[in-house]
Design a protein around this ligand. Structure first.
Ligand code: ADP
Ligand code: MG
Length: 255
């Protein structure tokens, strides 16, 4: 059985895509079979995995709409060692196109049904909003990984996200769990970080992951080379942190 993990936070710029790409690469480096689903119209997870989002014949949108199969749409392309179900700007139309469908929150669940068993882990990179794409991700997922930055506003908006998770649990996906809260672009030297850390620990307890991802220039550079940082700059602090994160996730979720 594969584990499906949605990386979500409706705030943009918190490290969802970066964490999805680098966790995918780090899990693959530990011999897990990984599929990365790019559910953001920005297509950054696809680009960061070396796939040109402008050159796709079909994308995850076609799969959601039942117009292509996941098998035909998934890209396996070295040097990355995980598979990608790519997305691009076509997904901006998803909100409207899905409206016409029955069970519009379950399109991704259906789409992944035929391929999920080929993988140990499926990671879904969500768009920065609580829209129908995110609802599809939360409906298909076993658990939610929430990246956030330890800044003054880090907790703002989290209650809306947790409410959405709760609604999905009560309606379509009762077993949906929180896989963890991941602190990204982390700098433990600042007193603000320590303050936010304490709030997060008080609020989330065990769900707060031990691994933190430091702010690291190699992490930011890697996507322009179409590579995860673990392959672009293996020995960087960012790369090492994502490898530690992969091991923590493997232990927590028995991946
Ligand atoms: P999201 O997907 O939540 O919008 P991204 O993963 O795209 O966020 O990250 C936002 C920006 O921050 C990107 O430019 C990315 O390169 C940069 N970034 C993310 N994580 C780090 C990090 N650990 N160190 C430095 N830059 C980072
Ligand atoms: Mg993103």
């Amino acid at each position: 059985m594969s584990q499906i993990i949605a990386l979500t936070n409706q705030k943009g710029g918190v490290g969802k895509t970066t964490s999805a790409v680098n966790l995918a690469a780090s899990l693959a480096a530990l011999d897990r079979r990984v599929l990365l689903v790019d559910l953001d119209p920005q297509g950054h997870a696809s680009m960061g995995s070396g796939i040109d989002k402008h050159e796709l014949d079909k994308s995850v949108l076609d799969v959601l709409l039942g117009e292509a199969t996941a098998t035909d749409t998934i890209v396996s392309q070295l040097p990355v060692k995980y598979d990608v179900l790519p997305g691009n700007g076509d997904l901006t139309a998803a909100e409207v196109e899905l409206l016409d469908l029955d069970k519009r929150e379950s399109c991704l669940t259906v789409a992944l049904g035929s391929v999920a068993d080929n993988y140990d882990v499926v990671l879904i990179d969500c768009p920065p909003s609580l829209n129908m794409l995110t609802v599809n991700a939360l409906t298909a997922a076993n658990s939610v990984l929430i990246p956030l930055q330890c800044e003054f506003y880090a907790l703002e908006g989290l209650s809306a996200l947790l409410d959405t998770v709760e609604q999905i649990k009560q309606s379509v996906n009762p077993d949906l769990a929180i896989a963890g809260i991941l602190r990204t672009m982390y700098d433990k030297r600042t007193s603000l970080t320590r303050e936010v850390d304490k709030q997060l620990r008080d609020f989330f307890g065990d769900a707060l992951l031990k691994t933190t991802i430091p702010r690291n220039v190699k992490v930011a550079e890697a996507p322009s080379h179409g590579l995860p940082v673990t392959q672009y700059a293996r020995f960087s602090r960012g790369s090492q942190a994502y490898r530690v994160l992969a091991k923590e996730m493997i232990r927590r979720l028995s991946l």
